[in-house]
Design a protein around this ligand. Structure first.
Ligand SMILES: [Zn+2]
Length: 311
C-alpha cells in the first residue's frame, strides 16, 4: 500500500519544522515598487549572480516575479532558476532537486519562489524521512530524496521554503498553527494534481489540525498548546500580497487570517473538539463534517457577525 504523500509529509514535518525561524539571517525584503515586470537582461546571462537575482526580486511584488517568469521560455526559466539555486546535496541528487525546484517555479502562482532560491541554501541530511527549514537554509533527508515520486520532493521544497518566506516577510512565524498551515496550504492550492478532497478543506485543516496535532499527539520537547500565529502589523507588503491573493483568495474555508478573535472563535466553535490522535482518514472525515457546518452557519449570519459565538 502506498503512503499518502501529503499525510507522510505532514507527519514528518511536524517534528522538524518546529525549528523553523529559530535562526536569524533572513533577508528583509523591501516594499514593493512599481517596477517593470520584465527581468533585467543581466539576470538572463548564463552566469547571472544569486545576489543580483535576489536584489531584483526584493524590489518586486510577487505578482511581478510570477509574471516575469511566466514570460520566459522554458529554457530561459531553467537557466535563471539554475543560477539562483544553491544546492549542496550529493552530485547524484543535485539534478533531481533542480528538476523539482523547476516544477515549483513552473507554477504561475509560485514564480516568486525565485527569491527564496536566491536567498536560501538547499542541503541534505542523513535520515529516513522528513525535511526542515531553519533560518537561511532548508535540509532534505536522504530518505526524502530517495523517493521515486518527484511530486513529493516538489511539495516538500514548496513547503519548507514557505517557512522561510514566512520568516523573511514577517508573516506567521515560530511554532504556530498558521506557519505550518500556510506552508501546507501553499502547495495544496498551487498544484492541481493533489487530492481534491484535501483541497476542499482549505487552509483550515492544516492550520487547526496543527493545533490539535501538538495537543493530542505532541512532539517531545515542544509545547502542547501552540499559538495561532496571526501575522502582526509587521508583515511586509509582499507577505500580505501572497497571503491575500493566493492563500486566502483560494481558500474554500475562507479563514479570516488577519482577525485573531474571529480565527479563535471559529477554531473553538468547530474544530477544537476534534481528536487528532486517530487514523488520518477518520480525522479527515470528522473535519469535513465540522467544515461543512462551519461554512453553512457562517453563510447564515451577516458578515459583521462572522466569528461571533452561536446565539
Ligand atoms: Zn513545516
Amino acid at each position: 500500500m502506498s503512503i499518502n504523500p501529503l499525510r507522510h509529509l505532514l507527519s514528518t514535518c511536524f517534528v522538524v519544522c518546529a525549528l523553523v525561524c529559530s535562526a536569524a539571517a533572513a533577508t528583509n525584503a523591501t516594499e514593493a515598487t512599481a517596477a517593470s515586470r520584465t527581468l533585467p537582461p543581466m539576470l538572463l546571462l548564463t552566469n547571472a549572480s544569486r545576489a543580483a537575482i535576489a536584489a531584483w526580486c526584493a524590489t518586486q511584488p510577487a505578482s511581478n516575479i510570477n509574471a516575469a517568469l511566466q514570460a520566459l521560455t522554458p529554457p530561459q526559466r531553467r537557466q535563471l532558476v539554475s543560477c539562483a539555486l544553491d544546492i549542496t546535496v550529493t552530485p547524484a541528487e543535485t539534478q533531481r532537486v533542480t528538476e523539482a525546484a523547476l516544477l515549483v517555479t513552473d507554477s504561475p502562482d509560485l514564480g516568486f519562489y525565485l527569491e527564496l532560491y536566491a536567498t536560501t541554501q538547499i542541503r541534505m541530511h542523513d535520515a529516513p524521512s522528513g525535511a526542515y527549514a531553519a533560518g537561511d537554509h532548508i535540509s532534505l533527508s536522504s530518505g526524502m530524496l530517495g523517493q521515486k515520486d518527484i511530486t513529493v520532493l516538489r511539495n516538500t521544497i514548496t513547503h519548507e521554503l514557505f517557512h522561510i518566506f514566512n520568516h523573511q516577510q514577517h508573516a506567521a512565524g515560530g511554532i504556530s498553527a498558521l506557519n505550518e498551515g500556510t506552508a501546507i496550504w501553499i502547495f495544496k492550492c498551487a498544484y492541481s494534481d493533489l487530492p481534491r478532497a484535501e483541497y476542499d478543506l482549505g487552509l483550515a485543516e492544516p492550520t487547526f489540525g496543527t493545533i490539535n496535532f501538538y495537543r493530542d499527539l505532541g512532539i517531545k520537547g515542544y509545547p502542547k498548546h501552540i499559538d495561532m500565529g496571526i501575522p502582526t502589523k509587521d508583515i511586509t507588503a509582499k507577505g500580505r500580497e501572497v497571503y491575500e491573493t493566493i492563500l486566502m483568495a483560494r481558500d474554500p474555508s475562507r479563514l479570516p487570517v488577519f482577525d485573531a478573535q474571529a480565527m479563535q472563535t471559529i477554531y473553538t466553535n468547530y474544530f477544537a473538539g476534534l481528536k487528532r490522535d486517530q487514523a488520518f482518514d477518520q480525522w479527515l472525515r470528522e473535519f469535513r463534517c465540522a467544515h461543512v457546518r462551519m461554512l453553512r452557519e457562517r453563510d447564515a449570519v451577516p458578515p459583521q457577525k462572522q466569528g461571533a459565538p452561536p446565539a
